[in-house]
Structure formats: structure tokens, C-alpha cells
Design a protein around this ligand. Structure first.
Ligand SMILES: NC(=O)c1ccc[n+]([C@@H]2O[C@H](COP(=O)([O-])OP(=O)(O)OC[C@H]3O[C@@H](n4cnc5c(N)ncnc54)[C@H](O)[C@@H]3O)[C@@H](O)[C@H]2O)c1
Length: 285
């Protein structure tokens, strides 16, 4: 029988996670707060899959089958019905995530895994609002999800061995390489990345270097495939700024204090590729 995955949030990450699950043969339902957001997410996934058909990766029949397994709704109850795992990928806000996990805990039978795609927040804290914290876990995917190979699987204080094992198995079925990490702020990847993002933003803010030079330096000097500010523009300046703020709040360490440049860019709506301007300008038309 085709297993079902439900994904909360049809944004950058939610639609990426939905795509890899549907490509792996699962039935997937994405849920968002407005039908327009659901349609945008599903439309984006279909566009990617159509490109793969054009490239010869999939046949029309395979595309049709994936299309048939993919659905969207604004009704959370309908979305989670029959799912073996729900992956939450809404905004990086602890109160919102707590509210959603409490709701999911009430809606889903206790064997259903509830996973959060949080970049920085504590899985134990999120699990703390549920009656069944043993089935709560973190699955931190990276952007763009279809291309990035890693998933950090985060065990909360009470996550069971069975939940961890099944999650690792599902991530592998989605074509990813999972590593099980401790529930510490930023896990592994974002502990480093937040520092690097912040240093780049501070250097630009105080005039020590331009975004172009920082990116060129890392690409040519360290063989990074993308520059630091190019990565921030791709992930979203707002997403990185929220992650940084969360790291600062959780650790209390000055090194994570968000550069003033982030607040300035948020006020100017320079959120990166999605708004047409971040550290660089983009032609989104
Ligand atoms: N963007 C990245 O590079 C990246 C990487 C790893 C992890 N993350 C994490 O993934 C999560 C999502 O990030 P994103 O970049 O996809 O954000 P996004 O802003 O692109 O998408 C979030 C989506 O969640 C929806 N949403 C908000 N409240 C909701 C609710 N109550 N029910 C259903 N949907 C709701 C929003 O309408 C939006 O479509 C965050 O926790 C973020 O920290 C992001």
C-alpha cells in the first residue's frame, strides 16, 4: 500500500520535502493557511517535475502517477488523515510550532511520527506541548531540498528509538543521507552557518568588504559552490535572520547576535531571491 506523508507549510521547504516524498513513491498532501499558498507550492513542484520529464528523467506516465499522488488542502484534519508521518515546515516561530504540534498530537494516532523541519529550535521544547513526545522528532532538510543530500535527524529528550529508526528509514527512502544529531541550538550545520552569515553581514555593514568580494573569496579561495550572501539570498534573508535571532536567544552568546544589516534588509523588504532583491538584484519575471 502507498504510504502517505503530510507536509505542513507549502513554502520553500515544505514544497521541497513534498516533492522528494512524492518522487520516492509516497502519497503526499501539503497543507497551508490559504488555498493560494497551497496552489503556489503544488504549482512549483509540478514545474520541477515537468522539467525532469523534459530532461528525460521521468516519462509522462511517471509524471502522471506522481501528480496523482500529490494533493493540497487548507484543512489540516483532512491533510493528516492516514499519514504515517507529518512534517512541519511552517515559519521558524516557537509559539506557532507549539500550537501546530499540540493540534497534530490531538489529530494523529500515536504511532504517527510528528517531525519538525526547524532550523534551530529545540525539539524537546516543541515535543513538550504534546501528550506523546516519544513520536516527536526533528528532520532538518536543506535548501534546495531536492538537491541537498543531508538531513539532520534530531532526537528530543523523549524521542523513542522506534521513532528515530523509522525516521531514518523514511529519510533514506526519500533519497537523503540522515545523520542523527543532538538537540542543541542549531544542531550541527546551523551552528557554523549562522556564524558565517553573521560575519559576512557585519563585514558588509561596517564597510570591510562587499558582498561580491566575500562571495568571490569563498568560491575561489575555498571552493564553495556558492558565495555566503548568495546562499542567504537563496534561503531568504528573513529565514536566516530569524534563525540567527533564535540562536542568539537560545545561546545568549554575543557571537550569534544578528548583524544590524539583517534588520535593515528586513525593513527594506530585501528578502533575497523571493522578493527580487537581497544582497543581489534578481529578475523574477
Ligand atoms: N529556507 C531554508 O533554507 C530552510 C532550510 C532549513 C530549514 N528551514 C526551516 O523550515 C521552516 C520553513 O521555512 P521556509 O523557508 O519553507 O519558509 P516559507 O516562509 O517559505 O514557508 C512557510 C510556509 O508555512 C505556511 N504556514 C504558516 N503558518 C501555517 C500554519 N499554521 N499551517 C500551515 N502552514 C502555515 C506559510 O503560509 C508558508 O507558506 C522553518 O522552520 C525554517 O527555519 C528553512
Amino acid at each position: 500500500m502507498t504510504e502517505k506523508i503530510a507536509v505542513m507549510g507549502a513554502g520553500t521547504m515544505g514544497s521541497g520535502i513534498a516533492q522528494i516524498a512524492v518522487e520516492a513513491g509516497f502519497a503526499v498532501t501539503v497543507v497551508d493557511t490559504e488555498q493560494a499558498f497551497v496552489d503556489r507550492g503544488i504549482g512549483g513542484i509540478k514545474k520541477f517535475l515537468e522539467k525532469k520529464v523534459a530532461k528525460g528523467t521521468y516519462t509522462q506516465e511517471q509524471f502522471k502517477a506522481m501528480d496523482g499522488r500529490l494533493s493540497g488542502t487548507t484543512d489540516i484534519k483532512k491533510a493528516v488523515e492516514g499519514a504515517v508521518m507529518v512534517v512541519e515546515a511552517v515559519f521558524e516561530n516557537i509559539d506557532l510550532k507549539k500550537e501546530i504540534f499540540q493540534k497534530l498530537d490531538g489529530l494523529c494516532p500515536k504511532e504517527v511520527i510528528l517531525a519538525s523541519n526547524t532550523s534551530t529550535l529545540s525539539i524537546s521544547v516543541i515535543a513538550g506541548v504534546t501528550k506523546n513526545p516519544s513520536r516527536v522528532i526533528g528532520t532538518h532538510y536543506f535548501s534546495p531540498v531536492p538537491l541537498m543530500r543531508l538531513v539532520e535527524v534530531i532526537r528530543g529528550k523523549e524521542t523513542s528509538d522506534a521513532t528515530a529508526a523509522k525516521t531514518v528509514e523514511l529519510c533514506k527512502k526519500f533519497g537523503k543521507t540522515p545523520i542523527v544529531v543532538k538537540d542543541i541550538p542549531g544542531f550541527i550545520v546551523n551552528r557554523f552557518l549562522c556564524l558565517i552569515y553573521n560575519e559576512a553581514a557585519n563585514m558588509i555593514h561596517n564597510g570591510s568588504a562587499s558582498a561580491q568580494d566575500i562571495d568571490m573569496a569563498m568560491k575561489l579561495g575555498c571552493n564553495w559552490p556558492m558565495g555566503i550572501t548568495e546562499i542567504i539570498d537563496l534561503a531568504g534573508v528573513d529565514v536566516c535572520a530569524f534563525a540567527m535571532e533564535a540562536m542568539y536567544q537560545m545561546t545568549g552568546e554575543e557571537r550569534y547576535k544578528p548583524s544590524p544589516l539583517f534588520a535593515k534588509m528586513l525593513a527594506e523588504k530585501k528578502l533575497g531571491r523571493k522578493t527580487g532583491e537581497g544582497f543581489y538584484k534578481y529578475n523574477n519575471k
